[in-house]
Design a protein around this ligand. Structure first.
Ligand code: MGD
Ligand code: MGD
Ligand code: SF4
Ligand code: MO
Length: 906
């Protein structure tokens, strides 16, 4: 299509700049050395972007045409019919019967247009976004403390700080390039790093201190810190008197709750002998943490979902910010509270006002002046004051029939919302479900009456804002697949078909960005922090040439090169210019364990999967890192509940059940288990945890408590287990356990059941992918006594399926077999090796992928440690190259060399 293209990664909120260059048979991707977020760095997900792009096209993962009630339609019919059904709903049930549920993965331009259509023209306040599950508590915390939703710091702060605290953040896996920057800074200048997380994560690899607090106890910890700072004369009275209000109340609350270190330790579960081992200085870990906070002026506290996804999420955010305000450490070089955002455009969504309690461009839906201003700007005669339903309530209103039409864009709520069974029930009852997505099968799409194919990364054009307020361009480098169209185009066409054409006459995203910029400076006069007015008249050519910049970017405040901070002068966005400290109190999580559900279920992310796997699940090298969802459990609990490593376990909560492979690990504290958030009905029989999670929410932010799910666990005894390889879809719905993963040449299914099964039928039932006149043949080997069965399905000389069954989980060369299925023909020796269950080359057995850049697995690394005396990650790098590419696997390699890596099930 064209030469080198500079664009931005579509995954995490680090917002790395990438360069995509054409190659003979596709494209190559690398980090952009000029982009300030990453300066050429990249992580395992970013590096595998081309794999996902290629896989999704090759293997028919994409949604290529609009569909109405299961029938393919052209765009004119689809947009007209969408408009007609929305209009009919509005006519019969009023505008508030319509809702949009959108996403931090939309580009700013898409987001702006969706927000404008529903609020300004349909006249419904009900638009909310998956950021409700993600950043909503931080938005509340920022507004309460600073008067606006502003991240004061920038990435450079992590490099120049003396102390970096990661609380509720697994930076090594979730913001890997920021973690690389932090690691490099530590190597250079010895930055102290503290991790506050109930479990030991990959981020602990470079930490000096890990505080495994009791889940949900962050407010007590930071209240304890505040009380201690005050008692020890470590607060900054000058800063407080000039720039902060609420200090006395906040201190009183903190002191009442946590008068000393001992009481704080008790509240946070750090009085447990297992957790309190003293540091070299003879102090307890908690004392050490407090002393470091007092000592290092340059302190950054990074926080993420361990803080936000809680019924006290907003208070946790303010408890953190309180300590930074008390010590005058906000927006100064190397000193700030720092919320790292999750999605590529979580920030952009907050800027356009995509949350139900936002209006647009940092304006308030409850402020009549703001509403009138936006009304004038949009030339809307229907925009009204008032908030819409937040995500959980929105789906409740769908369930009751109050909302009768929902348009879901770029999110998969049937998986990611808590109490997912109830969300599915709501969707199944909703008279009109419209879903815009890039792929052709998601749990949510299965409920759609109208499916609209969206152009994906690499095809669409627009902007995203990263965690440090930096706006960058995503640029296209390939043609749109099938009939797929950019989201802004789809929304504008529907708006036009509904009769609002005048307000949605956009020809390209540059026009939308210019309008968004104009609204941000409209009657602003410095009142609203978000102002990118210098772009208000931008033309396509300037937009296309846009370099990454941080906001604000207004006539008063021109962005400069380099890092930019806000509030460093102590003047905040509140009416009196003072920041606010808040009196907050530790509250127990709303979800509570009980005798029926005695364990705390924690949930979160894996290094190489992205959310509900619709994209990362298509790439073999990303799937190989963790091919199955693991229930991570402490050895004590494993014994108590009769679980064994590598076995299967049933997990139950008040809401639902799940089935996962067990991984026994000391990284988990007794009484707590960890589960990944990624699996769903497309990739597993029962690996989704949305069905387990409670829909308890923070009272201020409405953010669900997905990090604290009371559960019970019990062994699931399988009669047999198997590995199934197939390059045609297989219906496994009769099995209690199956998990699908993409292999190099086909899909690989882990299967198991407590009942006998007709094994051969699983292969024959798969759609025949040979041409009509090719004979399909099943070759087999069985040892009935041992319960071992092996089958291969051949079409001509090609192998199209294989199945291995035994009483235990077969440990086979997944990659080797999967590659065979991708090949044109197999040799006799390969055929014999398959039936004998023998791999021709033991090194091809990639039991668990550690380094995805150089395809190095656990076995090879372990062997290098034992036989080649590798002592450090650098040794492993020299011997195997592992860990020398994107470096995302360094934490795991260093765990392996120190021989403490919890062995995940093979
Ligand atoms: N690989 C990968 N990277 C991603 C994503 C992905 O899907 N995959 N998603 C992106 C998105 S949208 C987001 S929001 C971010 C999320 O990034 P993170 O927030 O870093 O990721 P999580 O794994 O959800 O949770 C972080 C940690 O919170 C801990 N935690 C649980 N309860 C508590 C508690 O009560 N207190 C404290 N202090 N910690 C607790 C968990 O043990 C977990 O290790 O990641 C982004 N990056
Ligand atoms: N238990 C538990 N639940 C959680 C979390 C947790 O930690 N634990 N984390 C929460 C958090 S922080 C988040 S952010 C959410 C994420 O949850 P979701 O937003 O539901 O997850 P995704 O898989 O990213 O869904 C994005 C969808 O958009 C599609 N898509 C991709 N690009 C485009 C595009 O350009 N246009 C359109 N129209 N569609 C596109 C993808 O194919 C996919 O179906 O999950 C939340 N749920
Ligand atoms: S850290 Fe990785 S996933 Fe995040 S933006 Fe950078 S390359 Fe993408
Ligand atoms: Mo998120």
């Amino acid at each position: 299509m064209q030469g080198e293209v500079k664009t931005t990664c579509p995954y995490c909120g680090v917002g790395c700049g990438l360069i995509v260059s054409p190659t003979r048979d596709g494209w190559a991707v690398g980090g952009d050395p000029d982009h300030p977020a990453n300066r050429g760095r990249i992580c395992s997900k970013g590096a595998a972007l081309i794999d996902t792009v290629t896989a999704e096209t090759k293997r028919d993962f994409r949604l290529l045409s609009p569909e109405i009630d299961g029938k393919i339609a052209d765009w004119k019919t689809a947009t007209n019919e969408t408009a007609r059904r929305l209009r009919q709903t509005i006519d019969q049930h009023g505008p508030k019967s319509v809702a949009f549920y959108v996403s931090g993965q939309l580009l700013t331009e898409d987001y702006y247009v969706a927000n404008k259509l529903i609020k300004g023209f349909i006249g419904s306040p009900h638009i909310d976004t998956n950021s409700r599950l993600c950043m909503a508590s931080t938005v509340v915390g920022h507004k309460r403390a600073f008067g606006a939703d502003v991240v004061p710091g920038c990435y450079e702060d992590l490099e120049i700080a003396d102390l970096v605290i990661l609380t509720g953040s697994n930076l090594a896996w979730c913001h890997p390039v920021l973690n690389q920057r932090l690691r490099a800074a530590k190597e250079k200048r010895g930055t102290r790093i503290v991790v506050i997380d109930p479990r030991k994560t990959a981020s602990c690899d470079i930490a000096d201190l890990h505080l495994p607090i009791k889940p949900g106890s962050d407010v007590a910890l930071f209240n304890g810190l505040l009380a201690w700072l005050e008692q020890n004369g470590q607060c900054d009275p000058t800063y407080l008197s000039r720039h902060v209000s609420g200090y006395e109340d906040a201190i009183a609350a903190a002191r009442a709750e946590c008068p000393d270190i001992a009481s704080t330790a008790k509240k946070c579960g750090l009085d447990d002998p297992v957790k309190t081992d003293q540091t070299a200085s003879g102090l307890t870990k908690l004392e050490t943490f407090f002393q470091w906070f007092a000592k290092f002026e340059r302190t950054v506290t990074v926080f993420s979902q361990g803080v936000n996804q809680s019924s006290s999420g907003s208070d946790k955010v303010n408890a953190i910010i309180n300590n930074h305000l008390a010590t005058g450490r906000v927006g100064k070089p190397g000193a700030s509270p720092f919320s790292v955002t999750g999605q590529p455009n979580a920030m952009g969504g907050r800027e356009v006002g995509g949350l139900a309690n936002q209006l647009a461009a940092h304006m308030d839906p409850n402020n009549v002046n703001d509403v009138n201003r936006v009304k004038r700007f949009w030339k809307s005669d229907i925009l009204k004051a008032g908030e819409g339903y937040k995500a959980v309530d929105m789906f409740r209103a769908i369930e009751t029939g109050e909302i009768r039409a929902v348009w879901i864009m770029a999110t998969n709520p049937a998986v990611s919302l808590p109490d997912a069974s109830r969300v599915r029930l709501a969707l199944s009852r909703c008279p009109l479900v419209i879903v815009s997505d890039t792929v052709n099968d998601t749990d949510t799409l299965r409920y759609a009456h109208i499916k609209l194919p969206a152009a994906g990364w690499g095809e669409k054009s627009g902007t995203v804002t990263n965690s440090e307020r930096r706006i960058s361009r995503q640029r296209p480098f390939r043609n749109q697949q099938g009939d797929a169209k950019p989201d802004w185009w789809i929304i504008s066409q529907v708006a036009t078909a509904m009769g609002y054409g005048k307000a949605f006459k956009y020809r390209d995203p540059a026009e939308i960005f210019a309008e968004h910029a104009a609204l941000s400076e409209f009657e602003n006069d410095g009142v609203r922090a978000f102002d990118i007015g210098i772009w208000r008249k931008t033309k396509k050519s300037a937009y296309d040439a846009m370099e990454p910049f941080q906001w604000p970017a207004s006539r008063k405040h021109q962005p400069k090169d380099g890092a930019h901070r806000l509030y460093g002068n102590g003047i905040f966005t509140t009416s009196n210019g003072r920041a606010r400290m808040l009196a907050v109190q530790h509250k127990l999580p709303l979800s509570q364990t009980s005798t029926d559900f005695p364990l705390i279920g924690n949930s979160g992310r894996y290094r190489d999967q992205w959310h509900t796997m619709t994209r990362t699940g298509t790439a073999a090298r990303l799937s190989a890192h963790r091919p199955e969802p693991l229930l991570e459990v402490n050895p004590v609990d494993a014994r108590r509940y009769g679980l064994c490593d590598g076995g299967l376990a049933r997990i139950k909560s008040l809401q639902g059940t799940a089935l996962m492979r067990v991984s026994i690990s000391n990284a988990q504290m007794p009484g707590e288990v960890f589960m990944p958030m990624h699996w769903n009905d497309v990739y597993s029989s029962a690996g989704g945890i949305g069905r387990l999670a409670t829909a308890n929410v923070d009272p201020y932010s409405g953010q669900p408590e997905t990090k604290y799910i009371p559960v019970s666990i019990e062994p699931f005894t399988a009669l047999w287990q198997g590995l199934l390889f197939s390059n045609a879809p297989v219906d496994l719905s009769h099995l209690p356990y199956w998990v699908a993963a993409s292999g190099p040449g086909c899909m690989i299914y882990e299967i198991a059941s407590d009942k006998p099964c007709l094994f051969k039928s699983m292969l024959t039932a798969a759609a025949n992918i040979g041409s009509d006149n090719t004979v399909e043949q099943i070759i087999e080997y069985s040892d009935g006594k041992k319960g071992i069965h092996r089958y291969a399905r051949l079409v001509g000389e090609c192998i199209t399926g294989a199945l291995f069954v035994g009483p235990k989980r077969p440990t086979l060369g997944r990659d080797w077999i999967s590659t065979l299925l991708g090949n044109a023909a197999i040799s006799t020796s390969e055929r014999n090796a398959l039936l004998a269950g023998r791999m021709p080359d033991a090194t091809a057995v990639n039991d668990r992928l550690i380094c995805s850049c150089f395809s190095v697995g656990l076995t090879a690394i372990t062997r290098a440690i034992h036989t080649q005396n590798a002592m450090t990650p650098a040794d492993i790098g020299r011997l195997l190259q592992a860990g020398t590419g994107c470096r995302s696997c360094l934490p795991e390699i260093s765990e392996l060399v120190s021989n403490t890596l919890p062995r995940a099930a093979e």
